[in-house]
Design a protein around this ligand. Structure first.
Ligand code: MG
Length: 282
């Protein structure tokens, strides 16, 4: 089976903050996507998210080991933070997805409180668990989902990238099929927009780039108190697609990047690295 992945993304500084510390990555050759939400004073947050994405990409390209690449990204953020006083204490979330060698499993790697969701048959299901104080309290039965929404501790995270050497990475293999949409987002989205509203927008707008922008707009319309990043991976069965012939393999994966930033790179031949971005559109 040939699967086509079509990716759209949008990021925005929001209505309150003065700079965007989120970042995202799309790489079509590796079939790798990621969202990172940086934190730390001065410019630390955006340095942390950028380093995490850059090292994730480089390490995954080298060894094709998602967990190892996330740990290497963690260590790179940590090392920079102890070398450079200006960014000491910085950290970032990282939620990443890569299509496995079986061409039907999207492997999600996750640290922090960004999220991955699977939208299938009109139902939105969260894949990842937040590494946050309130999520732990919910798991322990001490807080309801509803109480958590207004809990003052809701931005406190219990695990992040770059705070110490080594990091525990949650891995979630997700069997994907045609029609599925996978959503990766920073907490600027789910902190502002309820899941049922997210699901409505995903159901109504088929274009992944457009729906990503609509979700960011919804977060801003609701107050936009944080940076918001949304990345949509649409899965379609596409056995007859001409892209499958690029390297003569029946299992070629074509990842179309329907993103404005990709226009210049879109002319490159299929099968070559066409796109890798660390996007901060404001
Ligand atoms: Mg955030």
């Amino acid at each position: 089976m040939t699967v086509r992945l079509t990716v759209g993304a949008a990021t925005d500084v929001g209505r309150v903050r003065d700079h965007n510390e989120d970042g995202y990555l799309i790489d079509d050759e590796l079939r790798l996507v990621a969202v990172a939400d940086g934190m730390g004073g001065h410019r630390g947050g955006e340095v942390a998210s950028a380093i995490a994405l850059e090292v994730l990409l480089a390490e995954f390209a080298e060894r094709h080991d998602l967990r190892g690449a996330v740990v290497a990204a963690n260590d790179a953020v940590y090392e920079r933070s102890i070398e450079d006083d200006a960014v000491r204490g910085m950290g970032t979330t990282l939620t990443t997805g890569v299509l496995g060698d079986d061409n039907e499993t999207l492997i999600i790697g996750h640290v922090g409180d960004s999220r991955a969701y699977l939208f299938r048959d009109g139902e939105l299901r969260r894949v990842t668990s937040d590494h946050s104080v309130v999520e732990e309290l919910i798991q322990a039965g001490e807080l309801t989902e509803e109480e958590a929404e207004s809990d003052p501790r809701r931005s406190q995270i219990t695990r992040a990238m770059g705070l110490e050497p080594g990091v525990e990475v949650d891995l979630y293999p997700v069997a994907v099929a045609g029609g599925d949409r996978v959503l990766l987002c920073s907490d600027g989205l789910n902190g502002m927009v309820r899941d049922d509203v997210i699901a409505e927008l995903l159901a109504a707008e088929p274009d992944p780039d457009r729906v990503a922008q609509q979700l960011v707009d919804a977060a801003n319309d609701a107050g936009g108190t944080d940076n918001t990043t949304v990345l949509i991976v649409d899965v379609t069965d596409d056995g007859a697609d001409s892209g499958g012939a690029a390297d003569g393999s029946a299992n070629t994966i074509v990842l179309d990047v329907s993103d404005d930033d990709a226009d210049a790179a879109a002319e490159a031949p299929r099968g070559k690295r066409r796109f890798g971005i660390f996007g901060r559109r404001r």
